[in-house]
Write a protein that binds this ligand. Structure first.
Ligand SMILES: C[S@@+](CC[C@H](N)C(=O)[O-])C[C@H]1O[C@@H](n2cnc3c(N)ncnc32)[C@H](O)[C@@H]1O
Length: 250
């Protein structure tokens, strides 16, 4: 039996409404799950006690405990730093706020597409996509041409919900972070960044081995077991040839 145009429109409208309701229910369920996970998470409570902006601080603290990549006097760039807990840890560990006058004072520069509220001891570049030329020029200006000891990246692209697509996007972000790090890091400097586990990770490791002496995969306890998140620490930057102003390569 054929439906009239009015009936078809009516069916389409009902279908759209039903999809909308199903999506609302899914979102409600996942936000309920998020809430109960937050309540049961000891790191959320600990972050409040130690005044960190989020639980991620403990991932960096733990990785630093094992690798000692953050030390007083070092210059660090934190990519995708909002809300700022990694920056807080980096400032403390490098003494960028000069809290300990007996130790060398470090430098911390933090960048995010979003707005980060000020953190004493850190220079913050808000509302900035790190991968743009504008961001690169700003970093060079802020650091006065100086190169850094460590680049951190806890960046994640905004999730589309399509798993494979999201994985591709984070891998894209990783390669952009590697490129960025190559332009701003000193020889022997380090890079620590987040990935989501998958078949691309070994390829990423192989590519990194061209630029760094030592590659290590880390999964801190504070990183949820059900999450495929991992961190890659690339140590000992070998350096790249940079174009000099007179057109030669250095
Ligand atoms: C998981 S959060 C980082 C949390 C942070 N490490 C902390 O401890 O507070 C990831 C951040 O990456 C940022 N981000 C993603 N892509 C970016 C880009 N291209 N440029 C700058 N920031 C980016 C997002 O805006 C988001 O704030």
């Amino acid at each position: 039996m054929l439906c009239s145009h009015r009936e078809v429109t009516h069916i389409k409208l009902n279908y759209t409404r039903m999809c909308f309701l199903v999506n609302c229910l899914k979102r409600f369920k996942s936000s309920q799950e998020w809430l109960s996970r937050q309540k049961a998470d000891p790191y959320v409570e600990k972050a409040k006690i130690y005044n960190y902006r989020c639980r991620s601080a403990f991932k960096l603290l733990e990785m630093n405990e094992r690798t000692n990549i953050l030390r007083p006097g070092l210059a660090v760039i934190d990519l995708g730093a909002c809300p700022g807990s990694w920056t807080q840890v980096a400032v403390q560990k490098t003494n960028a706020d000069g809290a300990d006058p007996s130790k060398p004072k470090g430098t911390v520069l933090s960048i995010d597409k979003l707005q980060i509220f000020p953190i004493q001891g850190a220079t913050i570049l808000n509302n900035m996509d790190f991968s743009t030329i504008e961001a690169h020029d700003k970093v060079v200006e802020v650091l006065n041409g100086q190169q850094v000891d460590l680049v951190l990246s806890d960046m994640a692209p905004s999730a589309t919900g399509v798993r494979e697509l999201d994985k591709d996007r984070i891998i894209g972000l990783c390669y952009m972070a590697i490129r960025f790090a190559a332009l701003v890091t000193k020889r022997e400097g380090n890079l620590l960044f987040k990935v989501w586990d998958g078949k691309e990770v070994p390829i990423l490791e192989m590519d990194l081995a061209r630029f760094y002496k030592n590659i290590k995969i880390l999964k801190p306890m504070a990183s949820r077991t059900e999450s495929s998140e991992k961190f890659i620490l690339a140590k000992g930057f070998k350096g790249i040839q940079r174009p000099l102003q007179n057109g030669r390569w250095g």
